[in-house]
Ligand binder design. Sequence first.
Ligand SMILES: N[C@@H](CCC(=O)N[C@@H](CS)C(=O)NCC(=O)O)C(=O)O
Length: 204
Amino acid sequence: MNSVTLTLYGTPTSGHTHRVELLLEMLELPYVYKTTPADIRRTDAFLHLNPLGQIPVLTDGDLALCDSNAILLYLARRYAPESDWWPEAPLELAQAQRWFSIAAGELKNGPATARLIQRFNAPGDLAAARAIARELFAFMNQHLADRRFLARETPTLADLACYSYSAHAPEGGVSLAAYPHVRAWLDRVEQLPRFKPMPGLPER
Ligand SMILES: N[C@@H](CCC(=O)N[C@@H](CS)C(=O)NCC(=O)O)C(=O)O
């Protein structure tokens, strides 16, 4: 690609943004990063890009794409159509979609919410978020006991979607010590070529 057309709106501590950054880095796509704090997200100009007022947003020329998982799919299909980041085989596809749903459900309501409350003083029920997180990680740990990655033996977009808030769960007071298979999977994601950490990666 000769000229940069991709702009990512996000913040460095947003796991939703980080999963998109991960893929941009791994695909070696040039992009401009625009830090977009909460006050900017309420401006007319930003709401024009995403009426929900959420980051991340990716613009590609005149296109504005919203929702982290949707952006991952767009980037993989648009810029790496020969790649295998999103499976074709029915069972692998179903597994990958299942983990996309978990990323937008249990992972957001559990570890991501606990982190938001503990680290960023957001309102919410910390005990409830931690309980969701523990239930999720117990399940993930069992799921990953005999698998290298979430949807199949090689990485998919589902691994990128689930990585950031799992790795940063300790920032919400959710220890990963009891989940060795989750920790081994996090290590595997971090060993992928051109992996880029989100700032402040906690010990685990
Ligand atoms: N489903 C969306 C959720 C994104 C999301 O919740 N983003 C948060 C920041 S991590 C946000 O922008 N919340 C609104 C706000 O804080 O103003 C996605 O996957 O992109």
